[in-house]
Write a protein that binds this ligand. Sequence first.
Ligand code: HEC
Length: 148
Amino acid sequence: MNKYILIGMLSLGIAACGGSQENTNTTEPVKSMVDTVAMQKEAKMAAGKLVYEKVCQACHQADGKGLSKMYPPLAHSDYLVADIPRAIAGVANGLNGEITVNGEKYNLVMPKAALTDVEIADAFTYVLHTFTDKGRIVLATEVAAVRK
Ligand code: HEC
């Protein structure tokens, strides 16, 4: 089994456990919920990094800066942060036609990624935290919502 699938499952497991803890002490549930979200972030970041290295990095590069005139940057990409669901849809369904990223025009093809909703969600969790100032957890349901 791939390492990132394992970590992805772990992150689902953590999410699934989140609501089931019962505690009569009023401060405890709040604390354990915070821990759970932090742990979910850790797991999704680790899994997303592996997806990024395996799939996205070949074009967008390890530093997320892309390749001039060919592959647009994810690092500080105005296109990405302006509309995150649109960016997710581009990866889930494929993207072609002219786009402008940080003032530069790109017009190549990004093939539809052969990845699950969880893998794409984790990759975006990693990308947003690592390369932009809009870092947040992206859920698999957000990918499912835009997948065609
Ligand atoms: C085969 C090369 C290739 C791979 C692999 C690839 N992309 Fe892309 N990506 C592109 C190209 C080319 C475009 C621009 C397409 C166009 O010109 O319409 C693009 C556009 C994007 C955009 C929107 C523009 C921007 O820079 O903000 C995002 C976000 C993105 N890719 C994320 C990803 C993620 C995440 C992965 C991995 C899951 C990935 N890409 C894998 C080539 C690739």
